[in-house]
Design a protein around this ligand. Structure first.
Ligand code: PLP
Length: 284
């Protein structure tokens, strides 16, 4: 693939990049991450991503590996070195390296890894087609507000969804939808109310979710933050997901039931277009 990646201060070819086997990110998933989109070679919603990184790190008592300005400079250099026009930058911060022990020592030096992935985000074919979503129990840990790299259950849920002919899974806990495997879940009721689950430790506090709530308010659309049931979702006029790399993705089917007329909905498409336009106007 020939990318240049960043590991602990060094920019080097991906084949030469190494992390120590005693890194706690590898042994304990003791690490957090951010995925920031790139359009026209610049970052989408950098302030939102760096703010959430700081929050995730603080919740786990991992220090910032570099200043905000240095992290931004590393992102920019990686984009330049890889001539990335459109795609994502993945950044992971681990607690660091120590002999294997559940308990960790104070004062460890955090590890830092970044790499790019080039892919079309605006002309994403899935956005035109819409997603088929399966429903699965939410078996993740209870601190989903921290963006950790413990992603085994979401990966399994996505694989099971694929086996069932779906694109993704929405996760359900106590009879309510929490979120998607790697995105926030939204419905638009037949009454025109835009609904997404309220913030708590049950879901990741999506950067794109926050942007869409702002856009809905700016457009005078009624948006409510509250939980919804799978039944309400299957009866909705429209449904969609939000994530940094997917922006706004229409959901056209939930557990075999078409949503609305089974095609990407007009409000969803409007929100996607507005999101992209505003993102292009505020790149970092
Ligand atoms: N929920 C989960 C579980 C996620 O993994 C993600 C993104 O990776 C999101 C929601 C969406 O968050 P954001 O819009 O910040 O990408």
């Amino acid at each position: 693939m020939g990318r240049i990646v960043h590991v602990n201060g060094d920019f080097l070819p991906e084949e030469e990049a190494r992390i120590p086997i005693f890194d706690r990110g590898f042994l304990f998933a003791d690490a957090v991450y951010e995925v920031t989109s790139v359009l026209r070679g610049r970052l989408v919603d950098w302030p939102g991503h760096v703010a959430r990184l700081k929050r995730s790190l603080a919740e786990l008592a991992i220090p910032m590996p570099r200043s905000e300005a240095e992290l931004l400079a590393i992102h920019r250099e990686l984009i330049d070195r890889n001539r990335l026009g459109e795609g994502v930058v993945y950044m992971q911060v681990t607690r660091g390296v120590a002999d294997r022990d559940f308990a960790w020592e104070a004062g460890m030096t955090p590890g830092l890894v970044l790499f790019t992935q080039a892919r079309p985000l605006i002309d994403n074919p899935a956005a035109a087609r819409g997603l088929r979503v399966a429903l699965m129990p939410d078996l993740r840990w209870a601190r989903r507000d921290i963006k950790t790299v413990q992603l085994l259950y979401p990966a399994i849920a996505k694989m099971r969804a694929r086996e069932r002919g779906c694109d993704d899974a929405w996760l359900v806990e106590d009879g309510l939808v929490t979120e998607g495997t790697s995105n926030n879940a939204w419905i638009i009721t037949r009454g025109g109310e835009i609904v997404t689950r309220d913030l708590s430790s049950a879901i990741l506090h999506g950067v794109t979710r926050a942007a869409i709530l702002n856009i809905a308010a700016a457009l005078g659309l009624k948006a409510t933050e509250r939980p919804f049931t799978p039944e309400e979702a299957r009866d909705a006029a429209e449904a969609f997901t939000t994530s940094a790399s997917g922006f706004v993705m229409p959901v056209i089917e939930i557990e075999g039931t078409p949503v609305g007329d089974g095609r990407p909905g007009p409000v969803t498409q409007r929100l996607r277009a507005e999101y992209i336009q505003r993102a292009l106007e505020s790149l970092t």
